[in-house]
Design a protein around this ligand. Structure first.
Ligand SMILES: *[C@@H]1O[C@H](CO)[C@@H](O)[C@H](O)[C@H]1NC(C)=O
Ligand SMILES: *[C@@H]1O[C@H](CO)[C@@H](O)[C@H](O)[C@H]1NC(C)=O
Ligand SMILES: *[C@@H]1O[C@H](CO)[C@@H](O)[C@H](O)[C@H]1NC(C)=O
Ligand SMILES: *[C@@H]1O[C@H](CO)[C@@H](O)[C@H](O)[C@H]1NC(C)=O
Ligand SMILES: *[C@@H]1O[C@H](CO)[C@@H](O)[C@H](O)[C@H]1NC(C)=O
Length: 231
């Protein structure tokens, strides 16, 4: 398993005037360099005109002979060649930035053909999902063929959930325990693992075709219970 570190940097450009004002308020080199990406500090000790601030916008024209500036940079730490396992280059980049600064570096992605791909389809089968179950039934062949088109080394699994079969999550009157919606529904359950990860598309579509809807009482369902049990 490869670890990727993705860094999303948002670019925040103050209009020049605001940035200038922001720089000029800073009273030490430290504060100056952290105030904005474009602030620089004049450390010229001969500059004793205290009416001008020492913290200013980069490239300000003046007689300062000692400008303290720090510009962000990046170092590529790991850049292994593409292979079946390596699909992004570089793999590790160390970035040093000032607050508000942005930096650009190139990353290249090359999907490995027929990379192993497992899809476990976990379906909410509470009563309001009955139309979605219909959709899944009619789309199951297409879902499977799309997945296998992405990678021939794919497997499909299937499971479903409703909610904890206890009050107040479900109605516990005897008839509702057997059929929670009074129209040939399955009794409520927490999680059913229905199909192990397999390459058998027909089994996947058959099992989805034979899945029944169920029902419960309250609006939230036991999604997290089910997610934790997916295998
Ligand atoms: C400018 O500021 C420095 C340090 O705060 C001080 O020593 C110096 O007297 C000031 N110079 C003038 C001309 O006000
Ligand atoms: C990146 O910036 C830091 C801080 O200014 C500096 O110490 C480091 O040497 C720089 N690295 C490169 C590769 O320029
Ligand atoms: C990114 O790649 C493009 C095209 O190869 C190149 O022109 C550009 O300089 C690269 N940028 C960096 C930050 O390396
Ligand atoms: C399978 O993928 C290829 C190329 O990636 C594409 O041209 C083709 O339309 C896809 N077929 C289906 C059924 O999605
Ligand atoms: C999944 O596989 C395990 C062992 O490989 C087996 O014990 C279990 O019954 C299978 N489950 C289903 C739903 O087929």
């Amino acid at each position: 398993m490869f670890l990727f570190a993705f860094l999303f940097l948002s670019v925040w450009h103050f209009p020049i005037l605001i940035s200038q004002q922001l720089c000029s308020l800073q009273e030490s080199c430290d504060l100056c360099l952290s105030a904005g990406a474009d602030c620089v500090w004049c450390a010229d000790l001969t500059l004793i005109d205290n009416s001008t601030t020492r913290c200013m916008i980069r490239d300000t024209q003046n007689s300062c002979s000692n400008i303290q500036d720090v510009v962000g940079n990046f170092t590529i730490l790991e850049d292994i060649e593409f292979s079946q396992q390596v699909q992004i280059r570089p793999q590790k980049v160390k970035v040093r930035l000032r607050p508000g600064e942005s930096i650009t570096f190139n990353a290249t992605v090359k999907p490995a053909p027929n990379f192993p791909l497992d899809l476990y389809y976990l379906m909410d089968l509470s009563y309001s999902m009955r139309d979605d179950l219909e959709n899944l039934r009619s789309l199951s062949v297409e879902i499977a063929s799309r997945i296998f088109n992405i990678s021939s080394d794919s497997r499909l699994g299937f499971g479903s959930f409703v909610d904890k079969p206890l009050a107040p999550f479900i109605s516990t009157t005897p008839s509702n325990l057997v059929d929670p919606c009074g129209s040939s529904c399955e009794p409520a359950y927490s999680f059913h693992h229905i199909l192990n990860l397999t390459t058998d598309i027909d089994l996947f579509t058959d099992l989805i075709a034979n899945t029944k809807i169920s029902g419960n009482l309250d609006i939230p369902e036991g999604s997290m219970d089910a997610l934790l049990q997916v295998r």
